[in-house]
Write a protein that binds this ligand. Structure first.
Ligand SMILES: Cc1ncc(COP(=O)(O)O)c(C=O)c1O
Length: 429
């Protein structure tokens, strides 16, 4: 019945065997009465959990007596959200370094696209018109638009679009030395920016670079007047146990983009933060940022402000760190010796498993294992996030709401174990 209904409109009939009717906490409810344990907050988005009445109240207030307001006009809701982000969510170190400007958009891809334009506008404002390329990691995902696909390197997602993608250099995602060599080879004089996810999410299953990677690339950018863009669409607003993901690794970027957790899944919203000197360069030549029609939509900003307030009031960033440690310990316990788990990694409540065919031989299932596991987890009323691309053919990620309990974590890890074992048995039979 579900398959019949979805096949009428789906581009690609998906394996989702239920219709979602609601949710509470870390569970989604379905029309046939199931409770699905959401181990990934949808798409690593739902950080405060499902069904929060305070959010419905905030949305109602924002929509009462107010409709559309053009993006560049201030409203109380817009000002309150921007002040909250800049005053309370940008870490003090970044504040001192001047992440002082904020531009609202409607999601992650829009925020990255905007950051790429800002970097280009900055270089043009400085008279360096030859600089337009944005170096990205060789394992990365930055969004679904043509520009953001160009700068990233998620092979499966880029595959059909080859001729449409601009030629942006790719740098080693793990080794600091190799990344710097790649940047030198790319010719820094042609680069407007470098873009990095602090932790590589969907393409790398929570891949983390060498410990000096961030600070070394940061210094390289400073030395060559290349902007460092942090793509924190997945990592910002508490997901990794700190307010922003870059705090784990070193000094602030010049531009920081966020989306997902900013609206907690209740609103489509993203924010582009930039240092003062970037905004000043644009202002000096009378340039400004192009907006999208729905940038800073009234209901979205009111919801995002309420989501951040809930995170603050309930101390949920610290909870993400604490429950992340619990999740990590359970994953280590269950999978440290598992023959098909090659690596366990991540920070806070952004944890990943890299999956292999044979640990010793270093072979993989070439991308076939991940969907099989996700399908097995669905059968057990659980959602885990599929991850991986070329360098990491099979992977999965956990990114539940920060309110997850220890017993729910136990349940999640047990189902993951059963799903991996069942999927491997299916592929080997
Ligand atoms: C790191 C990163 N950047 C950008 C995006 C794109 O965000 P959106 O899907 O909201 O456009 C994503 C989405 O998964 C992401 O993980």
């Amino acid at each position: 019945m579900v398959a019949e209904r979805t096949s009428r409109y789906n581009f690609t009939p998906g394996p989702v065997p239920f219709v979602v009717s609601g949710g509470e906490g870390v569970f989604l409810h379905t029309t046939d009465g199931r409770k699905v344990l959401d181990g990934a907050g949808g798409a690593i988005v739902a950080n405060i959990g499902y069904g929060r009445p305070e959010i419905a109240e905030a949305a109602k207030q924002a929509l009462t007596g107010m409709g559309y307001v053009a993006p560049l006009w201030p409203t109380e809701n817009r000002l309150r959200l921007i002040e909250r982000i800049l005053d309370r969510w940008v870490p003090a170190a970044a504040g001192e370094a001047g992440l002082t400007r904020c531009f609202l958009v409607s999601g992650g891809s829009e925020s990255v696209d905007t950051a790429m334009r800002v970097a280009r506008q900055y270089q043009v404002a400085k008279g360096r018109t030859e600089r337009w390329r944005v170096a990205g990691r060789a394992t990365s995902y930055h969004g679904a638009t043509i520009a953001t696909l160009s700068v990233a390197n998620h092979d499966r997602r880029r595959q059909p679009f080859g001729p449409m993608l601009a030629d942006h250099p790719k740098i080693d995602p793990i080794s600091t030395e190799a990344a710097i060599k790649d940047l030198e080879a790319a010719n820094p004089e042609t680069l407007a920016a470098v873009i990095l996810e602090p932790i590589v999410g969907s393409s790398g299953a929570a891949l983390i670079s060498e410990s000096d990677y961030w600070s070394t690339v940061r210094q390289f950018c400073t030395d060559h007047d290349i902007l460092l863009i942090a793509d924190e669409v997945m990592t910002a607003y508490g997901r990794t146990g700190t307010r922003m993901g870059f705090e784990h690794f070193g000094p602030a970027p010049d531009v920081l983009v966020g989306g997902k957790g900013l609206g907690g899944g209740y609103a489509a919203i993203g924010a582009v933060l930039a240092k003062e000197f970037v905004a000043e360069a644009l202002a000096e030549v009378g340039d400004s940022i192009m907006f999208f029609t729905f940038s800073g939509l009234e209901v979205s900003v009111a919801i995002a402000d309420r989501v951040l307030q809930i995170l603050e009031d309930e101390d949920l960033v610290n909870r993400a760190a604490k429950m992340g440690a619990v999740l990590r310990a359970r994953l280590e316990e269950e999978f440290a010796d598992h023959p098909h788990v090659g690596d366990i990694r991540g920070l806070g409540l952004m944890q990943g498993l890299e999956l292999v065919k044979d640990r010793e031989a270093g072979t993989t299932f070439g991308g076939a294992l991940t969907p099989a596991i996700i399908g097995e987890a669905f059968k057990r009323d659980c959602w885990i996030y599929p991850a991986g691309s070329a360098r990491v053919p099979d992977g999965m990620m956990f990114g539940p709401a920060f309110i997850i309990s220890e017993s729910e974590i136990d349940q999640l890890v047990s189902i993951t174990r059963e799903s991996i074992d069942a999927a491997v048995a299916g592929l080997q039979s």
